[in-house]
Design a protein around this ligand. Structure first.
Ligand code: ZN
Length: 92
């Protein structure tokens, strides 16, 4: 996913672009844009989690895995499914 959000970890701040202002989202329905914003937010929250738990800095010595965009996207896309699976399995 192209970065459309920003996690400013040292300030504990997340900024998300207004998807309505991006040409590639202009023809999307409000529902689709909201779902896109939620996915971007989950992506940035995961960056924040990595930063808060100390993995952000630690990742620099092992190929920056916690900064890897594909891995963070994987979590952002799959986190709701993982959460539901945890609930259905009684793991929450
Ligand atoms: Zn990212």
């Amino acid at each position: 996913m192209k970065t459309q959000g920003l996690c400013i970890c040292h300030e504990r701040k997340i900024i998300i672009v207004d998807l309505l202002k991006l040409p590639e989202w202009a023809d999307s329905s409000e529902y689709v844009r909201k779902e896109g914003e939620k996915e971007i937010l989950r992506h940035e929250i995961l960056h924040a989690f990595f930063a808060e738990c100390g993995l952000w800095g630690s990742s620099l010595s092992v190929c920056a895995w916690a900064l890897n965009e594909e891995m963070v996207d994987w979590f952002a896309v799959n986190a709701p499914k993982i959460y539901r699976a945890y609930q259905e399995a009684g793991a929450m």
